[in-house]
Design a protein around this ligand. Structure first.
Ligand code: ZN
Length: 513
């Protein structure tokens, strides 16, 4: 059973061993926060010419962090505490802290410092090279960086170790215990329902008008709108900040006190608006950690799958529902009166759910989204296992888009170069579909336990949702593992049927299938 009261989330500071552990973890957490700050700077405003010096600074910092995480004294302390904290006099926070720290310690001690520094130096250069390659549609200029990432990731996977598949070692970084075969089991029924819904929608011949979502929307107004929407869903700007970057992301420079996010702007309004809600979901999760967890590795989300469940829940289940827009559409009309005065809220919400195979993952509708993830999952698995080469990626990418979505990228910028993830490694993408799965299951419980859900949302309320999620999930940070939390929140283990039912119900209604 999980602790249920916020004030019961605390460490046993009367115990000297816990105190020593906390002191040591606070320092390494501070170093990691500064690394996140340097990374935020690199992605949002660092001068172009600075990437050489930044890559060395980042490597130095990463080396120090690695030294802290592999300290023999920390190992001794964790070994001792592993058993001690099982006693009833210790708290769940103590147990979670020791579990999480032990996991990071074990992983860190498997990697030599030299490799960690080299990878960090390469990561900064790789990111910079990718930004330019993407802007210039020049895959060849980025290929050698990607080849290096593949070599590093294979080495890391071998050092971490795995049972069945080398790729398992990388999946585990983002979702503890996740394996390739579990992902395949979860993905198969999700792929089937996505393909089947897409075929039915295309066969229905029904068209949804989306023309008003494209136009010349001023960036200043888009930013203001993003800020207002974020405020409405409960993002706290006194502990946050918004910037622009080529690829939207959220980062914590000390959760829950400093949680920042980025969006990007274009002439397609949902790009910034839905990115704000997506990143806002991540940020609400991070800002929701109990304040007592500050400066420890259990502040913030418990896994990337659980993290994506929150971004996808706020972005899609809530942020693409007509009920939500009944409460918030005024903000859009106020920001862009000329474009939206004549558009009804129903038509606006329908347009946000329009299904059409598209090239860009972050703009994909909910039906085709998981197919984008499955393509990346298949490619990563093959790359990590040495079954395909980097040089063959543009061709393979285009073939898979043709096979799964019936379309082919017009450029590598809109194809294989679109995502930032491969500048740092492999194993992340599965988190998105896992997040959709967790998110649909949590959303199901949320709706079931709150009366007049849609009416309250339509009246402009959202705090009741944030409060529900905070109490059951956000406040705990990473004290509990994803499977414990799923059981606690929804009363069952992770189950893809909720996502399947959610998609089927929503899109059968929308397209009258
Ligand atoms: Zn996300």
């Amino acid at each position: 059973m999980l602790v249920t009261e916020q004030n019961s989330i605390h460490f046993t500071q009367s115990d000297e061993r816990i105190n020593e552990l906390l002191r040591s973890l606070q320092e390494v957490t501070d170093l990691e926060a500064l690394q996140a700050l340097a990374d935020w700077d690199q992605q949002t405003g660092m001068p172009d010419g600075a990437s050489g010096v930044r890559s060395n600074q980042a490597a130095t910092l990463q080396g120090l962090i690695h030294e802290r995480w592999t300290s023999p004294r920390l190992g001794e302390l964790l070994n001792k505490l592993e058993e001690v904290v099982q006693r009833a006099s210790f708290t769940d926070a103590d147990r979670g802290l020791v579990r999480q720290a032990h996991r990071i310690y074990n992983r860190s001690t498997k990697l030599p410092r030299k490799l960690v520094e080299e990878m960090e130096r390469a990561r900064v250069i790789s990111h910079d090279t990718w930004v330019h390659a993407r802007a210039n549609n020049d895959f060849a200029s980025y290929a050698s960086c990607l080849e290096q990432t593949v070599r590093f990731q294979r080495e890391v996977a071998d050092l971490y170790g795995y049972q069945e598949n080398r790729y398992d070692a990388l999946l585990d970084i983002y979702e503890p215990g996740l394996t390739t075969s579990t992902v395949e089991q979860f993905f198969a029924p999700i792929r089937d329902v996505s393909v089947s819904l897409l075929q039915q929608i295309q066969a229905s011949g029904k068209k949804i008008n989306t023309s008003f979502l494209q136009g010349s929307f001023s960036e200043v107004q888009q930013k203001l709108l993003a800020e207002k929407l974020l405020t409405r869903i409960g993002y706290d700007f006194s502990r946050g900040k918004i910037a622009r970057s080529p690829h939207p992301f959220t980062t914590s420079i000390g959760a829950p006190q400093d949680v920042r996010l980025t969006v990007r702007y274009s002439d397609i309004l949902p790009m910034s608006m839905m990115a704000a809600l997506h990143e806002g979901g991540h940020a609400l999760y991070e800002q929701g950690s109990a304040p007592t967890l500050l400066r420890t590795p259990v502040a913030g989300g418990t896994s990337m799958g659980m993290h994506e469940s929150q971004s996808r829940l706020w972005e899609n289940a809530i942020g693409r529902s007509e009920a939500f827009w009944r409460g918030q559409y005024g903000l859009v009309q106020e920001a862009f009166p000329q474009s939206f005065q004549q558009v009804s809220v129903t038509d606006f919400a329908r347009a946000l759910n329009h299904v059409e195979p598209s090239l860009i993952r972050v703009e994909a509708d909910e039906v085709t989204y998981n197919l984008h993830i499955i393509i990346r999952f298949e490619i990563e698995k093959a790359l990590v296992n040495g079954e395909i080469t980097v040089a063959s990626l543009p061709r393979l990418w285009n073939e898979k888009y043709h096979a799964y979505l019936g379309i082919e990228p017009d450029s590598d910028t809109n194809g294989v170069l679109q995502d930032v993830h491969w500048t740092f490694g492999f194993g992340y993408f599965a988190s998105y579909t896992l997040g959709n799965l967790y998110g649909a299951q949590i959303y199901h419980s949320l709706r079931k336990s709150i009366a007049h859900f849609d009416q309250r949302l339509a009246a402009g309320e959202t705090a009741f949702i944030l409060e529900w999620l905070r109490e059951r999930l956000y406040t705990f940070g990473a004290i509990y593992q994803p499977d414990e939390l799923m059981q606690h929140i929804t009363g069952e283990a992770a189950n893809p049927q909720h996502l399947i039912q959610y998609l089927t119900k929503k899109f059968s209604q929308l397209y009258e299938l």
